[in-house]
Design a protein around this ligand. Structure first.
Ligand code: AVJ
Length: 323
C-alpha cells in the first residue's frame, strides 16, 4: 500500500498577496486577480455555483467525459501508451481525475494545487481507494508560469498526460494562456494535454451563467472584498458594492466587476483609495472560444495535433493536444 507523497514549493506569503492586492486596488482602473476569490468560503461558493442550473460548464464537461471517456482514453493511449503519468493541474478535490482513472489507467497520479492542505485530505482518501497507484501531491501556484520539479513520476521518461479541466484556462489573457499552454507542453515531452474550454455562445446564456438569479455568483464575487479585508486589513463594506457581470464581445470574454453603489473610501494599513459612484474593481475574465479559436491557441502554444469532443449543444469542449 502506497502513501501519497507531498511536496510544497514556494508559495506567495500573506504579505506578498497583500502587496499584490494593494497594487491592483491602486491602479487607475482597479483590478485584482481571481485568486482572491478562493478563501475557504469562496471555494465553497464556487462549488455552489457549479450546482446552479444556469452555470452549465461543470455539468456539461462532466457529461462529455461520461459520454466519450473511453474514446478520449483511447486517443490518449495512442499518444502516451497504455499507462500514462497523469498530472492534474488545479486538482482540488481530485474528483474529476478520479472519475477518469478507470478509462485512463494511469500508472501514477500527480495532483497539483495552490491549496496543499485541502489536497492532502483529498489525495489521502483517494490513495485508500487506489492503494497500488503512485500518488504525489504538489503545492504550487502555476498562475504565472508552470515549472514542475524534476523528480516527479514521469521524470524517467514515462509519458505524461497533463489534465487541466474546468475551463480554468479562461481566466488567462491570450498571451498568458499561450505561455501557460506552452509550459504544459514542455512539462509532458512526447505526451499530451487534456483540457476543458468553455465555448462561445449567445451573450444571454453566458450572462445568465455569471449573474444567476439566486445571487450565488454575486456572493462569490463580493466575498473577494471580505477576503481582502482579512488579507489586507482593509475596510470594504460589502453592502456598498454591487456584482456586475458582462459579456465583452470584442474580447470574447465574460468580465466580472464589483461596482461602487455610492462614492466611498476604502482604507487599509499603508494605503487608501476613493471610488466614485459607479466606479469598478475588475475581478475576473472568463474567455470563451470557438473550437477553431481554441485549436489555434493550442497550435500557437506549439501543439501540432488537436482533437475535440463536445456536448450535443456545443456549449463546452474537451480538447486533446499533442505533438
Ligand atoms: C473556475 C475560472 C472556470 O470562469 O467560469 C464561475 C470561475 N467565476 N463563476 C469560470 C467562475 C464566476 C470559473 N472558472
Amino acid at each position: 500500500m502506497n502513501l501519497p507523497y507531498f511536496v510544497q514549493l514556494h508559495m506567495p506569503s500573506a504579505s506578498e498577496l497583500a502587496r499584490d492586492a494593494q497594487e491592483g486596488l491602486l491602479q487607475p482602473a482597479a483590478a485584482i486577480a481571481p485568486k482572491f476569490f478562493y478563501d475557504t468560503l469562496g471555494s465553497r461558493l464556487f462549488d455552489a455555483i457549479t450546482e446552479l442550473q444556469a452555470y452549465y460548464p461543470t455539468r456539461t464537461e462532466a457529461a462529455i467525459f461520461a459520454a466519450h471517456g473511453h474514446a478520449i482514453a483511447q486517443a490518449v493511449h495512442a499518444v502516451t501508451g497504455p499507462r500514462p503519468v497523469m498530472i492534474d493541474l488545479g486538482a482540488g478535490n481530485c474528483a474529476k481525475a478520479a472519475r477518469l482513472f478507470g478509462a485512463l489507467e494511469p500508472r501514477a497520479y500527480v495532483a497539483v494545487d495552490i491549496s496543499v492542505d485541502y489536497l492532502r485530505q483529498a489525495l489521502s482518501a483517494l490513495q485508500r481507494e487506489h492503494p497500488a497507484m503512485d500518488m504525489v501531491g504538489l503545492g504550487l501556484d502555476f498562475s504565472e508560469r508552470l515549472a514542475l520539479p524534476n523528480d516527479l513520476p514521469g521524470a524517467d521518461g514515462a509519458p505524461r498526460l497533463v489534465f487541466y479541466p474546468g475551463s480554468s484556462i479562461g481566466n488567462f489573457s491570450p498571451p498568458m494562456a499561450r505561455a501557460l499552454l506552452s509550459d504544459m507542453r514542455h512539462a509532458a515531452p512526447g505526451g499530451a494535454l487534456l483540457i476543458g474550454a468553455d465555448l462561445l455562445k449567445s451573450p444571454q446564456v453566458l450572462q445568465a451563467a455569471y449573474d444567476d438569479e439566486l445571487g450565488v455568483t454575486a456572493a462569490f464575487n463580493l466575498n473577494a472584498l471580505v477576503n481582502l479585508n482579512a488579507l489586507l486589513g482593509a475596510d470594504f463594506h460589502v453592502r456598498q458594492w454591487q456584482h456586475v457581470a458582462l459579456f465583452n464581445e470584442a474580447e470574447s470574454r465574460i468580465e466580472m466587476h464589483l461596482q461602487a453603489r455610492e462614492e466611498l473610501q476604502v482604507t487599509w494599513p499603508g494605503g487608501a483609495r476613493r471610488f466614485a459612484a459607479g466606479e469598478r474593481v475588475h475581478t475576473e475574465n472568463s474567455y470563451k472560444w470557438t473550437p477553431a479559436q481554441f485549436t489555434q491557441l493550442l497550435q500557437d502554444a506549439g501543439y501540432t495535433q488537436v482533437r475535440c469532443w463536445r456536448d450535443p449543444q456545443e456549449a463546452f469542449g474537451v480538447f486533446l493536444a499533442w505533438g
